[in-house]
Design a protein around this ligand. Structure first.
Ligand code: 2DT
Length: 212
């Protein structure tokens, strides 16, 4: 019998919600319990496209808004063969940001609608689970200053949060909202419970297609 596929698990949320910490903890916990797991993150700044994106985020270069949106999407598409291969091999992928960040961030800019922003990512592998780490702007502020990269201002982050809320109305995506104001350990336990359910379910169902 062919081996059972891994699950595609995504963590989303505004800055300072603890996505990266929680992705790492989840991968560690899954591995310890004998479930093969790896972390991925978007943007993946290591590829040629990722380097263009990285320079833009660090404000070392300027790119036209539509253009950079399409580059973020291309950065996901270029990794689709690897994503599919890993999942087929039975590895669960824990992904720090995905197409939802793509849509939420670009559509927070003036003149962009959700539909236009979603289009380039239609057809990507569909996550089995998307956890949104919810943190109010005031709680995020308590966690320290924003960094120096593009988009790291409280006004922009509030608009991004509103766009995520729009995206979460879509019931074709398996969204779970996680209260990220709890302790790191409590958030982890919560995330782990949802992930184990998704991993079990993914073994019995084929990988889906996003927004199609
Ligand atoms: P990190 O700080 O997590 O590296 O994110 N972004 C991300 C977009 O604008 N579009 C996308 O498609 C993705 C995946 C969010 C870097 C910044 O890039 C933004 C924050």
């Amino acid at each position: 019998m062919a081996c059972k596929r891994g699950a595609l698990i995504v963590l989303e949320g505004v800055d300072k919600a603890g996505k990266t910490t929680q992705c790492k903890k989840l991968v560690q916990a899954l591995e310890l319990s004998g479930r093969p797991a790896e972390m991925m993150r978007f943007p993946d700044r290591t590829t040629t496209i990722g380097q263009l994106i990285s320079a833009y985020l660090e404000k070392k270069s300027d790119l036209e808004d539509h253009t950079v949106h399409l580059l973020f999407s291309a950065n996901r598409w270029e990794l689709v063969p690897l994503i599919k291969k890993k999942l087929e091999q039975g590895t669960t992928l824990v992904v720090d940001r995905y197409a939802f960040s793509g849509v939420a961030f670009t559509s927070a800019k003036p003149g962009f609608c959700l539909d236009w922003c979603k289009n380039p990512d239609v057809g990507l592998p569909k996550p089995d689970l998307v956890m949104f780490l919810q943190l109010s702007p005031s709680e995020a502020a308590l966690r320290g200053q924003f960094g120096e990269e593009r988009y790291e201002t409280s006004t922009f982050q509030k608009r991004v949060q509103q766009r995520f809320e729009e995206l979460m109305k879509d019931t074709t995506v398996n969204w779970k909202v996680i209260d990220a104001s709890q302790s790191v350990e409590n958030v982890h336990t919560n995330i782990q419970d949802h992930s184990l359910n998704a991993i079990n379910k993914a073994q019995e169902t084929p990988l889906g297609t996003l927004w199609k």
